[in-house]
Design a protein around this ligand. Structure first.
Ligand SMILES: Nc1ncnc2c1ncn2[C@@H]1O[C@H](COP(=O)(O)OP(=O)(O)O)[C@@H](O)[C@H]1O
Ligand SMILES: [Mg+2]
Length: 389
């Protein structure tokens, strides 16, 4: 039997949200484990539970013909999987959610961001809570598995693959299905071959500031097309577009976003890397750490209000989180002995950071300077983003 990794924090977020709202959307990339988690929640639900899968033609047809009748009188938990396949459903769900005699809650699973599915946000505004379905986190796999999670990435099947060969075969098949089938399922007419080239190119500019015209030139396309590809991959949760923070400082700031492949395993697969030894000597080693540590930080502390900061003169902060009215900084350094830099001091002052963590792959937490601490990535979930009283 396949090993199953418990995801108690994610399950708690979903059930907690279901207690507070008539509808909850669990959104994330294909294959991160949404259906598995929803089935586990349904299995332990203390009442009736129904699952519809819109990837199954009969479910899709039934729900598109008589949605009000099928959903209106339900009790208990109703899961609707791959909900982006039937955007009309959201209109039908609105009166069901508003019905004062409602006896059901709805868990919607989706592999596309709401921005890609037209008209959704308006129909359920104020009635729905969102939960991010991420790849596996360090907390879920436990600290000793950091290298494996970093190398293999957080898709459960990729992480659990019994060998590097099986991992690489899984990646191959995942990316083919994603490009040839899933993207088309989002209603996009982009050619899989063009998107595949674009995706591969992104691996080489992972973590760099976005330069549409440069990518367009190498793709023999225009900047608009390249931006459309980017939006598509972002909406399918495959890439992270980190927006720049504009403080009103009168400084000349970097204005383009930074783009990362969200899953480190996908990055390594696209770069042709098969194990940690190959990664350690690859020019993208540092960028890979930065992206991996960034995603883990966002899993632990939420992805809203997240930015990077950069001045034209070269001072930079990898991640700025705005939490509880304060600015918190993170630098991701793939080194055994993190140190402070001039850039860190400038950024701390510019942004009036409450604290700056220099997140590294080591094992010891220690102060680097006033307001700056070296932090092992394995400790990231324990960081408190609240000002001390
Ligand atoms: N917590 C987990 N532990 C082990 N394997 C998992 C876990 N969650 C998902 N998987 C496996 O990963 C694959 C994708 O999971 P699935 O729930 O279908 O993802 P999604 O619905 O997000 O596409 C399946 O083969 C599933 O068995
Ligand atoms: Mg699924």
């Amino acid at each position: 039997m396949q090993q199953s990794i418990p995801r108690p924090a994610l399950a708690f977020q979903v059930t907690h949200s279901l207690a507070e709202s008539p509808a909850v959307a669990l959104l994330g990339a294909r294959q991160v484990g949404k259906t598995t988690l929803a089935r586990q929640i349904a299995a332990s639900w203390s009442g009736p539970a129904t699952i519809f899968d819109l990837e199954v033609a009969t479910d899709r047809e039934a729900l598109s013909r008589t949605p009000a009748r099928l959903l209106g009188r339900r009790e208990g938990l109703v899961v609707i999987d791959e909900v982006q396949r039937l955007p009309q459903l959201f209109e039908a769900l609105r009166p069901v959610c508003d019905d004062p005699d409602r006896r059901a809650v709805f868990l919607l699973l989706g592999s596309a961001s709401w921005d890609l599915v037209k008209g959704v946000s308006e129909s359920l505004a104020g009635r729905i809570l969102f939960v991010d379905a991420n790849g596996l986190s360090l907390a879920e796999v436990a600290a000793p598995s950091l290298d494996r999670l970093w190398m293999r990435g957080g898709f459960p099947r990729a992480y659990l693959a019994p060998s590097a060969v099986v991992w690489s075969r899984w990646m191959e098949s995942f990316s083919r299905t994603f490009l040839e089938r899933d993207i088309a399922g989002l209603g996009s007419s982009v050619s899989p071959a063009a998107l595949a080239r674009f995706w591969r190119m992104l691996a080489h500019v992972h973590g760099q500031t976005w330069n549409a015209s440069r990518l367009a030139r190498s793709m023999d396309a225009d900047a608009r097309t390249v931006n459309r590809y980017r939006d598509l991959l972002e909406g399918a949760f495959m890439i992270r577009v980190l927006r720049p923070w504009f403080a009103n400082l009168g400084k000349r700031l970097v204005k383009s976003p930074k783009v990362y492949l969200r899953d480190s395993g996908i990055l390594h697969f696209l770069l042709g890397l098969e194990d940690s030894h190959e990664l350690a000597v690859h020019p993208s080693y540092g960028a890979s750490w930065e992206g991996f540590a960034l995603e883990q930080t966002l899993i632990a502390h939420g992805q809203r209000d997240a930015y990077f900061y950069g001045t034209q003169r070269g001072a930079e902060l990898d991640l700025l989180l705005l939490r509880h009215g304060r600015c918190w900084g993170f630098e991701f350094k793939c080194t055994e002995a993190p140190r402070t830099t001039k850039s860190m001091r400038i950024v701390t002052k510019d942004l009036e950071l409450e604290h700056l963590w220099v997140v590294y792959p080591g094992e010891r937490e220690f102060p680097l300077a006033e307001g700056i601490t070296a932090l092992p990535l394995t400790q990231i979930e324990h960081v408190e983003l609240r000002a001390q009283a």
